[in-house]
Design a binder for this molecule. Structure first.
Ligand SMILES: C[S@@+](CC[C@H](N)C(=O)[O-])C[C@H]1O[C@@H](n2cnc3c(N)ncnc32)[C@H](O)[C@@H]1O
Length: 242
């Protein structure tokens, strides 16, 4: 870029920088992370946004997230206990809402999405990552049983079509979406939920006795009769408030 053009750009924007920031609109620069868990998404966004608010239903989770985020020297994240269905924030007060690996815990997605829509400014974005549900009934029932035995608070993973329908009904439009596959090391995945040895052994029997087509669909690897890993698919969505 020529120096004269650089000078033109600086002259154009230099004097009006504060106005430009404000013109991004009400709430545009504020990020809300719902069901923040350990606070990983909040920490990631805190690096390039002035204000992040982390919410979660579980107070001890929020405390752990606060310790984790503050331990990383991020001082622009606030923590607020709240159910996603009743967010204690004004209408249109956020530019971005993130919801990572949590929607499958919500008892119903539509009330949560309506509440998220309410706090988003028009044109603001919801960014979701979650476990993707299966269209095939047998596969969906198999993996739901595996998930619920490991974590009884797992409700259900939604399919592409369900996500799209609920987002539309809540007043949002899907702008972008994708999927990715995630490998789950079995011992670590089961240990994270502190299953009893009996519950873990029952779950392993359930997987090993299931039809081969179920194990193949989720790429279970088994060595000497012991489960090593499996894979599930994640959905990534950006949906903007209408
Ligand atoms: C798997 S963890 C969180 C994941 C976290 N967002 C991450 O990226 O690692 C799921 C979290 O959802 C929270 N949660 C479940 N139902 C909720 C609800 N209705 N409202 C708010 N938080 C909820 C749980 O307390 C838990 O911290």
């Amino acid at each position: 870029m020529s120096e004269s053009h650089q000078a033109r750009v600086r002259a154009q924007f230099g004097a009006s920088a504060p106005d430009y920031v404000a013109s991004a609109g009400r709430g545009a620069l504020r990020v809300l992370d719902v069901a923040t868990g350990g606070g990983h998404a909040a920490l990631a966004f805190s690096a390039f946004t002035p204000t992040v608010v982390s919410t979660d239903l579980t107070p001890s989770m929020l405390e752990a997230a606060r310790d984790f985020v503050q331990g990383k020297a991020a001082s622009n994240v606030r923590f607020v206990a709240s159910d996603v269905e009743a967010l204690p924030f004004r209408d249109t007060s956020y530019g971005v809402v993130t919801c990572r690996l949590a929607a499958h815990h919500f008892p119903a997605l539509l009330p949560a999405l309506k509440e998220i829509t309410r706090v988003l400014r028009p044109g603001g974005s919801l960014l979701v990552e979650d476990i993707l549900g299966h269209d095939d009934r047998e596969l969906a029932a198999f993996i739901l049983e595996v998930e619920k035995r490991r974590d009884p608070s797992h409700v259900r993973a939604l399919t592409h079509r369900e996500w799209e329908a609920f987002l539309k009904a809540a007043g949002m439009t899907v702008i972008d979406e994708g999927t990715l596959s995630k490998a789950r090391p079995w011992e670590e995945w089961t240990a994270r939920m502190r299953m009893t040895p009996e519950a873990k052994a029952d779950l392993e029997r359930f997987v090993l006795d299931a039809p081969g087509s179920c194990r193949e669909a989720f790429r279970f690897t088994i060595e000497d009769g012991r489960i090593q890993t499996f894979s599930d698919r994640l959905i990534l969505i950006r949906a903007d408030r209408d």
